[in-house]
Design a protein around this ligand. Sequence first.
Ligand code: GLP
Length: 261
Amino acid sequence: MEVVVSHTPEETARRAATAVLAGLPSGTGRQPVLGLATGSSPLGLYQELGRAVASGRADFSAAHGVALDEYVGLPPGHPEGYRQVLLRDVCGLLGLAAERLAVPDGSGRDLPALTAAARAFEERVTALGGVDVQVLGIGANGHLGFNEPGSALTSRTRVKRLSERTRRDNARFFARPEDVPTHCLTQGLGTILEARRLVLVATGDTKSDAVAAALEGPLTASVPASVLQWHPDTVVCLDEAAAAGLRNRQYYDEAASGLTG
Ligand code: GLP
């Protein structure tokens, strides 16, 4: 696991963009598959990737985007549905066509329909050859995607109940707190672990406890993001505030300075 701490959120976004671009295949003839998280944390990273596209350093026109999760029960086209959020905030910036974006379909009205949608999503990801780089944020309660505390470490894409903490945290996107859906479809922790590279972005002091527990605490379903410790190629990009609870900070800085450091 590589932990990169930067002084500002802008520098964090730049480091994360570098880690994403380095993890995508180039010159192999394979179409890149980029896993996309929603939330505020990766927005700067997406803007950096957009700048890379604008300056010709990156090209996502042949890439596929794969969402991490989706709400259940929002009306089709709802502006806070994650398909709409990704189309609005990410696909335009990257030049990624809408038909190249795979999002779990949260419109099913009962568990069998939603379970079938989860399976169809997994099949689509498999047909694409898997995810090259999965972008991740972290919830203040340590969730990854919408895998709330208690999620099985080997879980697959499925329906999950959102915790009240998560619903409160996400209420800022909805007119009224009660409008936040109670359920979602989320890639499972086992699904996330199959991406070839994970790039997690966290900034701000509200994330420092979750970051410390995920990176330096035990591997446990109580802190779903602790599965990052199990993955062979994870890059964690933090600002100072999000890194404040880390005990091994000095080592991370030494390691990040490279072979000559
Ligand atoms: C949401 C998303 C997660 C995201 C997390 C943190 O609930 N489902 O994928 O990582 O919350 O969001 P933010 O980056 O806005 O703090």
